[in-house]
Design a protein around this ligand. Structure first.
Ligand code: SME
Length: 307
């Protein structure tokens, strides 16, 4: 799975620049037979968003100032063998978030090949021009108005909804464990409750047995049975005695991939006295699915757990 990076042109390494130019050449010149000078002088003032997979650049786009108050996104390209798995969408989402968070301009403009209009509409872009030909290929102008207020508002609403849900789950757990002394029964129900409430990809427990974590009750696909102290996210949370949030599992050195579909993860230690006796591990198929709200709420849940 690719990592997506956002960099100003002057921050690119030589290898990254070469990789980006190679992708553009493969897609537009060799692939679409467009005869133009690709390094057109705009790149030095642009921000580049690119996807890389083990050092190979597989997709890219650039953002530059079109006119006062308007940015333009262009040269959106994904190499042929990586198409059809949402990479273009992820790069565009990253580009829009970058603009929303870092740039004062209120509008993004792009020229979409007509067949790709539906793709950009998913991101909120609207058609603003009639069809025109560029290099013989039909295009339409599209625009996205950056609505920072509603962006912030919807984030605040989502956070409130998440807190409310955790509050409910917390109450359900309290009543579930009250009067039930069996820890397997309790851990099983807690995993199921959290998993169902949030629709995570994997939710479960690893229990400390000597110098290793052993898989306990969980919901989701088959997982690795044993994780040594200090290894993976789980073993690291045990070693550090603190929760770890991993926004992108590919960026965590030593991450243990039980499922290739897991994209982000949170691990919360469960203590008895000062010792870690287990960890609660949750995986999501979305990047950056966990934040401080999750950490705070899951640490409260961890306090309810007796083993
Ligand atoms: N990813 C974990 C391993 C457990 S699975 O995600 C269920 C880790 O790196 O510790």
């Amino acid at each position: 799975m690719e990592t997506i990076t956002v960099k100003r042109f002057d921050e690119l390494t030589l290898e990254e620049l070469y990789g980006i130019l190679r992708v553009r050449s493969e897609v537009f010149v060799a692939g679409q037979k467009c005869l133009y000078v690709d390094p057109d002088g705009r790149d030095p003032d642009s921000v580049q968003v690119f996807a890389s997979d083990g050092g190979r650049i597989t997709g890219c786009l650039r953002i530059y100032q079109k006119e006062a108050g308007v940015l333009q996104i262009g040269r959106v390209a994904v190499i042929e063998r990586r198409r059809g798995n949402g990479l273009g969408l992820r790069m565009m989402q990253q580009a829009v978030s970058y603009v929303r968070e870092n740039r004062p301009e209120g509008k993004i403009y792009l020229e979409a090949q007509t067949y790709a209009i539906g793709f950009y509409e998913k991101l909120g872009f609207k058609v603003v021009s009639d069809e025109f030909l560029d290099e013989g290929i039909p295009h339409k102008g599209m625009e996205l108005i950056i609505d920072r207020e509603s962006g912030i508002q919807s984030l605040a609403d989502a956070d409130k909804a998440k807190r409310d849900k955790y509050c409910l789950v917390n109450k359900q757990i309290e009543s579930l464990v009250d009067g039930e002394p069996d820890s397997i029964s309790n851990l099983s129900n807690i995993a199921a409750l959290i998993h169902d409430a949030f629709g995570f990809w994997w939710t479960g427990f690893y229990i400390v047995k000597g110098d290793v974590l052993v898989l306990g009750p969980f919901q989701g696909p088959v997982a690795c049975s044993r994780i040594p102290f200090g290894k993976g996210v789980c073993g690291s949370a045990w070693q550090r005695k603190e929760s770890i949030i991993v926004p992108d599992v590919e960026e965590f050195p030593g991450h243990i991939a039980c499922s290739s579909l897991s994209r982000s993860e949170i691990v919360v230690p469960i203590f008895r006295g000062g010792d870690v006796i287990a960890v609660l591990d949750i995986d999501s198929m979305d990047l950056a699915a966990f934040d401080e709200t999750d950490r705070e709420a899951l640490e409260k849940i961890a306090e309810l757990i007796r083993l």
